[in-house]
Design a protein around this ligand. Structure first.
Ligand code: GTP
Ligand code: MG
Length: 360
């Protein structure tokens, strides 16, 4: 009996070590992968110096969180002029950027298909939920989950913090996570429990999550600049950016009647920034959202549950998923709107180890 126990313990330790090595190894591989991906994603704006762009202008771009050539091409003229770069110099900058990025202007549809095949997908912890999402939370796009309190939005965010670090299909090697917490609901203890479920080393998993608490909507916007810098400093290392939740601070900061237009403008800028970052750095963006309080009682039709944030959020999120509470740990996920997912639903549960399948 004692021997059995010792053997089980020894086996458990071996599994833990393997899991830890897998995370570290995937980190190393992610680093070495970068050189291949560099061509597409990570041309530093410093390259502009070699093409005669003035150091001060490169600094201006960097200070505004524009760190890559792709980032310049994604930013409209008006916004770059606002940084104090004059018209003539800006035309030169665009020209140089287009030259550096030349190979990426036109590609064939076959190449688009090949690129889409390479887009990694992160597991939610539930195979059925992954299926609903067409394989998982997709890179280079924004996935929004909305639902009432306790429906599992933050629990999924916590689960993703761990699953992102594990290798997956399509040669995905695992990577780090950035978690922006606007509601003060991030719990390292939950991460530990979820790491246990996947036999991963708790400390390593926690080390791979970069956490930032946002205190108001302006701070939330400011954080995006810092995140942009981080993603640029460690290219290819981060794979997921979580914002839990996207609207909470906007709701508080723009609660007045006449403030809605201003709120929507700022929200639109934030969503556009997130979409660009997801493409520029090849990461998945996962946001949570609340539902409006004007739900009609006794009417369980999904159309009566509306995510907040209006059209701006509706158009910015690639996939919008609605979470609904069921009996005990049971939850239902429904595709609310999506560019390429069919409108279907799946059940899942919340366990000590995070999001899981309700049944196999
Ligand atoms: P709001 O942020 O309030 O809008 O809700 P949310 O959708 O983010 O809810 P969240 O993801 O925090 O889900 C909370 C629910 O998860 C709880 O009501 C529990 O049912 C479940 N849960 C949280 N922690 C644990 C845990 O340690 N074990 C288990 N089994 N379930 C948990
Ligand atoms: Mg929450």
């Amino acid at each position: 009996m004692i021997v059995d126990k010792m053997q089980v313990q020894a086996e458990k330790e071996i599994v833990l070590n393997i899991a830890e090595e897998a995370v570290i190894e995937s980190e190393d591989r992610a680093k070495s992968e970068v050189s291949e991906e560099e061509d597409v994603h990570f041309h530093d704006v410093k390259l502009l110096l070699q093409e005669g762009v003035h150091e001060d202008d490169v600094k201006r771009l960097k200070n505004a969180g524009i760190n890559t050539v792709k980032g310049v091409l994604m930013t409209i003229r008006k916004n770059i002029l606002a940084l104090g770069i004059d018209e003539t110099k800006l035309s030169h900058i665009y020209e140089v950027c287009a030259k550096i990025d030349m190979n990426n202007i036109f590609i064939t549809a076959a190449e688009v298909a090949e690129l889409r095949n390479k887009i990694f997908k992160l597991s939610t912890g539930s195979k059925r939920l992954d299926q609903l999402l067409g394989g998982g939370i997709e890179a280079m796009s924004i996935t929004e989950v909305f639902g009432e309190f306790g429906s599992g939005k933050s629990q999924l965010a916590h689960t993703l913090c761990v699953t992102t670090q594990m290798p997956g299909p399509n040669s995905y090697l695992g990577g780090k996570v950035i978690f922006v917490d606007t509601e003060h609901t991030f719990r390292p203890d939950r991460i530990r429990m979820i790491a246990d479920r996947f036999n991963l080393n708790q400390a390593t998993v926690l080390d791979n999550i970069l956490y930032a608490r946002a205190y108001n909507s302006e701070h939330q916007w400011e954080l995006l600049n810092h995140i942009g810098e981080k993603l640029h400093e460690d290219p290819g290392l981060y794979k997921l950016l979580i914002i839990d939740s996207i609207m909470a601070l906007f709701r508080v900061d723009f609660s007045g009647l006449g403030e809605i237009t201003d709120r929507q403008k700022k929200l639109g800028q934030m969503m556009s920034r997130l979409q660009k970052m997801s493409e520029e750095f090849n990461i998945a963006v996962f946001i949570t959202n609340q539902i409006s309080s004007d739900i009609r009682i006794n009417d369980m039709d999904r159309a009566t549950y509306k995510p907040i944030g209006g059209n701006i959020l509706a158009h910015a999120s690639t996939n919008r998923i609605f979470f609904q509470k069921g009996q005990g740990p049971l939850r239902k996920a429904m595709v609310f709107s999506s560019t390429d997912l069919e409108e279907s639903e799946e059940e899942f549960i919340i366990t000590a180890g995070g999001v899981d399948d309700a049944y196999s």
